[in-house]
Each structure stands twice: as C-alpha cells, then as structure tokens.
Design a protein around this ligand. Structure first.
Ligand code: DGL
Length: 282
C-alpha cells in the first residue's frame, strides 16, 4: 500500500469544532457514529467507508492493518481531532500500530465491547459473533480474559453477515437461515450474553434477538465505545459545543457508495446524498 502516513499532525489538534473521523469497511461504522451523535449531538463527522475493500473479514491481517493505517492518516489529514475505528476487524489488528503512528486519540471498539459484556453476564459465559479475521486474532477472548480470567468464551465467525447487511438483506429467509446456523453452537455453549463483534451486526439485531431468545443479552460495542470517546473528548476539552447540523457531516467511499446511501442513511436516520469519492490506493 503506497501512502505516506502523516505523523506530523499527530493530534496536536486543539480545536473542539474539528470533526471526528469514523471508518469502517462499509455501513457498520455508522452504528458507532450514531451512538456518538446521540451522546455528543454537536459533533461533526468525517465518515469513511472502505467499500472498495469490503468485506474485510476474509482478508489477511497485514492487509487490513495497511488499510486502517492509511484511512486513519487520511482522516487526520482532513482535520479529524480523533479517529474511531468503527470496525472490530481493524480494531483487532491495527489499533496499537495506529496509536503508535498517530497518538492516543485513536479509538477501537473491542475493549469497550468486552467491558460491556463482562458487566452483563451473570453466568460468566459469553459468546462473540464476529468476522473470520477478528475471530482468528482471538482479540475478544484476550480482552475478556484480561478483564476476568475465569470467563468462558466462544467465538463464532459469521462470514455471510457483512455481505448480507451491505446488500440490505436484514430479514430475508436466507439471512434467517444463516443466522440460525451461526447462533446454534453459541447458544449450545450455554451463553447468557452475546457480543455483536462486528459493527454491521447491530443492523441484524432484531433478527438475532428473535432467534437467540429474550433471555440472551446482546451487546453492541458501539454504545460503550461512544461513551469512552465522549469521556475522552470531555477530558481533553475537545467536545464540540455547536448545535446539531447534519449538513456538516462529510461522507467518503473508496468504492461503490450505494450501501451508505441506502442502508446507511436509513440506519443513521438522515439522508446521505453527497458521498465523496476517496480512492486512496490508486
Ligand atoms: N465492520 C467491520 C467489523 O466490525 C468489518 C466487517 C467486514 O468488512 O468484514 O469487523
């Protein structure tokens, strides 16, 4: 991957009105963006969807890391005061390298998700559904056992979910059948809590909850991540005091913008019309 990173900017940013960068392979990071805007409605977004490379899940970790570092650098160059990896797969492989390159105001979703799951479980048995790449790093098991070594954790890859969500197939007969198959081993393991360990999965939440049953607590790491980011911005006195302004958000797509325009806009609850084309890897 051929971009030069831009360590010079390195979060010397002290302007609270600067935007917050959020990125993902597709629409998933909007779950984090939405949770953040709920807590800090005056913030302006720079949202980057790497639709040229979605899905990340089947890709090798080194490649995902390169994408994540390049996108973080791009968002910083565009003036972001903080960057959120609204993507578990990137957070699993690239959070530490990105912090080394760009400083501490880079946030991931895995540690916050693990903390929320630990708070929720009563039986100390937790399921994590995630992409193949996230499961192969065992990032959630490590984060969870780092918080409480005695936890029993099962991680289940769900490779079909991201393409289905990006297509907007949130409740088709096929999606239902696939969801049943993925959840079966997790439920048989006796979990009481399931982490939605990929940011596209909260869009399937109603279906997952229906199949898992009401006694299973679903954890959306986006909510906890948003709380951590909000707390860090408050502490750094970098909260935007402005009023909500949907027209101040900017959206970038490295490839096809359709999923952002359709599924994403529906999810975020606002039209997303002007998606800027950002081909970082020409
Ligand atoms: N939304 C990302 C995640 O949370 C990436 C999913 C993918 O593109 O496979 O893992």
């Amino acid at each position: 991957m051929g971009r030069t990173l831009c360590p010079a900017i390195c979060f010397t940013m002290t302007d609270p009105t600067a935007p917050i960068g959020v990125f993902d392979s597709g629409v998933g990071g909007l779950t984090v963006a939405r949770a953040l805007l709920h807590l800090l409605p005056g913030e302006r977004l720079l949202y980057f969807a790497d639709t040229a490379h979605v899905p990340y899940g089947p890709r090798p970790p080194e490649q995902i890391k390169d994408f994540a570092l390049d996108i973080s650098a791009f968002l910083i160059e565009q003036g972001a005061k903080a960057v959120i990896m609204g993507c578990n797969t990137s957070s699993a492989v690239a959070l530490e390298p990105a912090r080394e390159s760009h400083g501490p105001l880079i946030f991931g979703v895995i540690q916050p998700g693990a903390k929320a799951a630990l708070r929720a479980t009563r039986k100390s048995r937790i399921g994590v559904i995630a992409t193949q790449a996230t499961v192969s790093t065992a990032a959630y098991s490590s984060a969870l056992r780092g918080l409480k070594p005695a936890l029993e954790v099962i991680e289940q890859p769900c490779p079909e979910f991201v393409p289905l969500v990006e297509k907007g197939e949130l409740n088709s007969a096929h999606t239902r059948q696939v969801t049943n198959g993925y959840l079966e081993p997790v439920l048989q393991f006796g979990v009481d809590t399931v982490v939605l360990g990929c940011t596209q999965y909260p869009l399937l939440r109603p279906l997952i909850q229906e199949i898992a049953g009401p006694e299973i607590t679903l954890i959306d790491p986006a909510e906890e991540t948003a709380k951590e980011v909000a707390a860090a911005l408050r502490e750094a006195k970098l909260v935007n005091p402005g009023t909500p302004d949907a027209s101040a958000h900017r959206f970038f797509a490295s490839g096809d913008p359709t999923s952002i325009k359709t599924v994403g806009a529906r999810f975020l609850g606002q039209p997303i019309e002007n998606i800027e084309s950002a081909s970082l890897w020409k």
